[in-house]
Design a protein around this ligand. Structure first.
Ligand SMILES: Nc1ncnc2c1ncn2[C@@H]1O[C@H](COP(=O)(O)OP(=O)(O)O)[C@@H](O)[C@H]1O
Ligand SMILES: [Mg+2]
Length: 408
């Protein structure tokens, strides 16, 4: 008997609540799409335009994360193309593309299997795209997912990029019927401030994916939960609680699946026979914390610096963070002698930033008249102040010029 027999025996989950945990993987495609009838119908109607010799130049598919945009759009297009020889569908995810050149190159790669070298420029890449499309079926649908991640880069303006894609000379000259479907969280023309020339090239077809409500999330989760769990591991009341919370907080199917997976892992770790409401609650809080820290990491440095100041004092002699604080206290923390003077902020600047942070919903403030000097402003975070401290290492890791300040 090898030592691995023991090792595997020891690490076998004994009373796992799962029978098929993979069913909770948000990346695993579900067999059926449920609760998106309106959107499926809208997409099908647009696709059917092919029978009348028309597909719009662009279709905007938009809505918050986890609302089924990618899943539904890809599935509908694939099902349609499988029934229509004259239609081809290509899918490209632009999330990781840092420049417009790399975005175009990603499209080129999907169509030709090859990328172009930087020396060929955007012109070279577009030429390759149009050449490839010449030998495609009559209609090509190009699904551009997470297209809102495409940013302005120093060489190219997004308007120019999209204008070429929708109306480019190479496309018109070769008489290519390309329909670009733009999948994003926000409407692209608003988000990327595309100019009016591009906007008039777009066809104005839009399909909106709203956040899921309680019943829709339940319909999505039901089949998956049944498959994932042992029969008696998850009571109806617990499912109900989790689905209600997920709908109220996020309306996001991906997050809801993750919530149940994490809660069940908690149950397994503790050796529980069933997933309890407490397991869900614990993971709801950590999901909230992750989302909040993500927001903090996106703050400009001065805003983050002031938040550190707001959470910079401890209650006398304890590890408890002092809340609320005053502007003077924030200033004392932000302008510590050991910080480089380049990072110092005046009280007025601090007050302006506190107002910004309040608008973002990260802090709340009120006037307290009990102060010795009359009315005094009190400031506290709207979430557990410890989270600011917990995010420091990650903030420092992504912003090199402030290492010095943050590792004091
Ligand atoms: N209507 C639905 N029916 C079944 N599963 C869904 C549905 N909507 C979302 N999901 C699940 O959630 C995951 C995330 O959906 P996705 O389409 O990627 O969201 P989005 O692109 O809007 O962020 C999917 O992979 C799928 O597992
Ligand atoms: Mg998506």
């Amino acid at each position: 008997m090898s030592k691995y027999d023991d090792l595997f025996a020891e690490t076998t989950p004994e009373h796992s609540v799962f029978t098929d945990k993979g069913a909770l993987d948000p990346l695993a495609a579900p067999t059926e799409i449920v609760a998106r009838d309106t959107q499926e119908r809208a997409l099908a109607r647009i696709l059917n335009g092919v029978h009348e010799g028309y597909l719009p130049t662009t279709v905007s598919v938009y809505g918050p994360p986890g609302t089924g945009k990618t899943l539904t759009t890809r599935r509908l297009c694939a099902e349609f193309a499988a029934r229509q020889e004259s239609v081809a569908v290509e899918y490209v995810n632009l999330k990781e593309c840092r420049t417009l050149f790399s975005a175009a190159n990603e499209i080129c790669f999907e169509l030709t299997g090859e990328k172009k070298g930087a020396y060929e420029g955007l012109d070279g890449v577009f030429t390759a795209i149009w050449t490839a499309l010449e030998s495609y079926p009559e209609w090509t649908i190009l699904l551009l997912d997470e297209v809102d991640h495409v940013a302005h880069d120093s060489n190219y303006d997004p308007s120019e990029f999209f204008y070429r894609l929708f109306r480019g000379e190479g496309k018109l000259k070769r008489d290519i019927q390309l329909s670009a479907w733009l999948i994003s969280n926000e409407l692209l023309e608003v988000d990327l401030r595309l100019d009016s020339r591009v906007q008039s090239a777009m066809s104005g077809e839009e399909v909106f994916f709203p956040p899921y409500g309680r019943e829709e999330l339940e319909a999505i989760l039901d089949a998956r939960l049944e498959q994932a769990f042992r029969d008696d591991a998850l009571s109806e009341a617990v499912v109900d609680y989790g689905v209600t919370q997920a709908a109220r907080r996020w309306g996001d199917a991906r997050k809801a699946l993750r919530l149940f997976r994490y809660a069940s892992e908690t149950a397994n770790e503790r050796g529980y026979e069933t997933v309890t409401t407490a397991c869900l609650e614990e993971n709801l809080e950590s999901a909230e914390k992750d989302a909040l820290i993500e927001k903090l990491l996106e703050l400009p440095f001065n805003h983050y610096h002031v938040l550190l100041g707001i959470t910079g004092w401890n209650e006398g002699g304890t590890n408890e963070i002092k809340q609320p604080v005053t502007t003077t206290e924030i200033s004392g923390s932000v302008n510590r002698a050991e910080y480089d003077s380049a990072f110092h902020l005046g009280e007025r600047a601090i007050r302006d930033i506190v107002t910004d942070l309040e608008t973002m919903g990260l802090v709340e403030t009120w006037l307290d008249s009990r102060g010795r000097d009359g009315r005094i402003k009190r400031i506290k975070t709207t979430f557990d102040p410890q989270w600011v401290r917990d995010s420091r290492a990650s903030y420092a890791a992504q912003s090199d010029d402030i290492d010095e300040l943050l590792t004091e």
